[in-house]
Ligand binder design. Structure first.
Ligand SMILES: C[C@](O)(CO)[C@H](O)COP(=O)(O)OP(=O)(O)OC[C@H]1O[C@@H](n2ccc(N)nc2=O)[C@H](O)[C@@H]1O
Ligand SMILES: Nc1ncnc2c1ncn2[C@@H]1O[C@H](COP(=O)(O)OP(=O)(O)OP(=O)(O)O)[C@@H](O)[C@H]1O
Length: 269
């Protein structure tokens, strides 16, 4: 079975409170975008994992796809599988790439072996892997709260817009990013703001990671400014960075300004 784990962006990210378990409660709109890895899982004589494309730091045996397989295998009789991952979504980039791979592995294994795991249960498994992971089970624009793994519907419509993603090539670990922020209660309701016109977002929809990370990596602030200069109706950093995104009314010629970018219209299911 071949699946294409896609990235997400965070449109707004309020870090509202530090939790007793060391994590943070956040409020964010998670939005799927079309930059994707490719993940193939097939039944095999013996288990194997192979990754191509962008190098993934750490041991191959710690890959989140393997974690997803082992987790399901502890509850279900799964045969050995061959897993092949083609990695193209940047790592440490605020795009949730590793989480998407794990969530899509859960969905693929469920389908491949007719495990009949409900969507809610798949989300439960995904939560055990990471805070971002559960979102990719439904993979639809959502208002996310708690650790980022609890969901509510959101009324957001940017389906006719163009989303440009710019990855400046800086690797930012999620732990590093959270360690630099001081949580604070949000002043307005993100859902209400995002349901309004995009022209009202610039001054009210913030990403709380930006202040510290923009100071540490000025290139990130410059890139965001450039997206606005190019005519973005809204621009921000996604998640814990380092990817910036701009939402444009019309397709822009961002290519000549940024060496590495992706551009989509709307979101891909
Ligand atoms: C920044 C975001 O990408 C926004 O969507 C996510 O909050 C990060 O989610 P993630 O990469 O799945 O993170 P996890 O693997 O669950 O956690 C990695 C580390 O990030 C910190 N962490 C993560 C999520 C959260 N709500 N609060 C945190 O403080 C914790 O130090 C944790 O040990
Ligand atoms: N399939 C995978 N893809 C990417 N990283 C993986 C994968 N499996 C395990 N990892 C580990 O996760 C680490 C990346 O985690 P991190 O949360 O910083 O980045 P990410 O998964 O790309 O998500 P984000 O976009 O939220 O930063 C890597 O350094 C790597 O060791």
């Amino acid at each position: 079975m071949l699946v294409f784990p896609n990235a997400k962006i965070n449109i707004g990210l309020n870090i509202v409170e530090k939790r007793p378990d060391g994590f943070h409660n956040i409020e964010s709109c998670f939005y799927p975008v079309g930059w994707s890895d490719a993940l193939e899982i097939t039944q095999a004589e013996q288990f194997s994992f192979h990754a191509d494309g962008i190098a993934i730091p750490g041991n191959a045996s710690d890959n989140l796809c393997i974690k997803a397989y082992e987790m399901l295998r502890s509850d279900y009789h799964l045969p050995p599988v061959k897993i092949h991952l083609l990695k193209t979504v940047p790592i440490g980039a605020g795009l949730g790439g590793g989480s998407a791979d794990a969530a899509f592995a859960i969905k693929a294994l469920n389908q491949l072996f007719n495990l009949n795991i409900s969507v809610g249960e798949q989300e439960e498994y995904a939560r055990r892997i990471g805070s971002d992971c559960a979102f990719f089970i439904r993979n639809k624009p959502m208002y996310c709260f708690g650790k980022g793994d609890e969901f509510d519907a959101i009324d957001i419509n940017i389906s006719g817009k163009w989303i440009a993603l710019v990855n400046p090539g800086i690797h930012i670990s999620t732990v590093e990013a959270y360690s630099g922020v001081v949580a604070k209660r949000s002043t307005g309701d993100l859902r209400t703001i995002l349901s309004g016109p995009i022209t009202g977002w610039k001054d009210h929809v913030r990403n709380d990671f930006e202040a510290t990370l923009f100071q540490k990596y000025p290139l990130l602030a410059d890139t965001k400014d450039k997206l606005y200069d190019l005519g973005a109706e809204y621009a921000a950093m996604s998640g814990s960075g380092s990817t910036l995104f701009g939402i444009f009314k019309e397709e822009q010629n961002v290519k000549q300004h940024f060496p590495d970018f992706r551009l989509w219209q709307g979101f891909l299911r």
